[in-house]
Ligand binder design. Structure first.
Ligand SMILES: O=C(O)c1cccc(C(=O)CC[C@H]2O[C@@H](n3cnc4c(=O)[nH]cnc43)[C@H](O)[C@@H]2O)c1
Length: 216
């Protein structure tokens, strides 16, 4: 049976996903924090499965996230239409320049700075999770932690609904393996001035367990 691969950053997220999934063909693996380690680990898992003659039918980047106040509240569920490499580019005196506006040859940019979710996976999860907020999910290497950072990110990505740290890396791995990708997040904290004590991890992990039932 061809299964689904669900990758999370940390073991607590993986446990929350496993608690909600009943389909034995769904494999859940905590692959680490940040786009580089998550992307590399996912690429390896996809390559090993392909080499064994049992390629995955899809990859889901799942876990908790910071939510942009307005579109989504703490405890809410988010489905990513796109995984956006929000801090990949260059600073300049005139502001941030996204990587695909730096004049580099397109073939060096892979799938680009924004990778769309697979429309079939997205539609299936959207049907199973009608209350989910659907929109672009930013991938950042640095958690946003100031008012200025939040304002700038919202200015650059007015449609974004959440930020997390792995989606784009996982999406690159999926794109290179031509495996469908989608991102599923639940919100542990608002994006804004850093207040780690205010993160509602228990609430977000419980929401993740509920949402994970949609994966099978
Ligand atoms: O300490 C714990 O028990 C625990 C349980 C579950 C998750 C964690 C994490 O530290 C998750 C890190 C993970 O969360 C994403 N995340 C969450 N909020 C944000 C944010 O505001 N900005 C960016 N990323 C966020 C991210 O994907 C991290 O990898 C701890």
């Amino acid at each position: 049976m061809i299964g689904l691969l669900v990758v999370t950053a940390v073991p607590a997220e993986a446990e929350a996903v496993r608690a909600g999934v009943s389909d034995p063909t769904v494999t859940v693996v905590p692959v680490g924090v940040g786009p580089a380690v998550a992307g590399a680990a996912t690429a390896r898992l996809l390559a090993l499965a392909e080499a064994a003659g049992r390629p995955y039918r899809g990859v889901v980047s799942a876990g908790v996230a910071g939510g942009f106040a307005g579109p989504v509240e703490v405890g809410g569920t988010v489905l990513g239409t796109h995984a956006v490499a929000a801090d990949l580019g260059a600073e300049s005196p005139d502001g941030f320049i996204p990587v695909d506006e730096l004049g580099m040859p397109a073939e060096l940019l892979g799938a680009g700075r924004s990778i769309a979710a697979d429309p079939h996976l997205l539609a299936a999860l959207g049907t199973a999770l009608p209350a989910a907020t659907v929109g672009p999910v930013l991938t950042v290497s640095t958690v946003t932690g100031t008012v200025a950072g939040t304002t700038e990110l919202r200015r650059r990505h007015p449609d974004a609904v959440a930020e997390a740290m792995e989606g784009y890396g996982v999406a690159v791995a999926a794109a290179q393996a031509t495996v469908p990708f989608v991102e599923l997040r639940t919100v542990s904290n608002p994006v804004g001035p850093r207040d780690r004590d205010a993160w509602r991890l228990r609430e977000a992990l419980a929401a993740l367990t509920k949402a994970a039932a949609a994966l099978g």
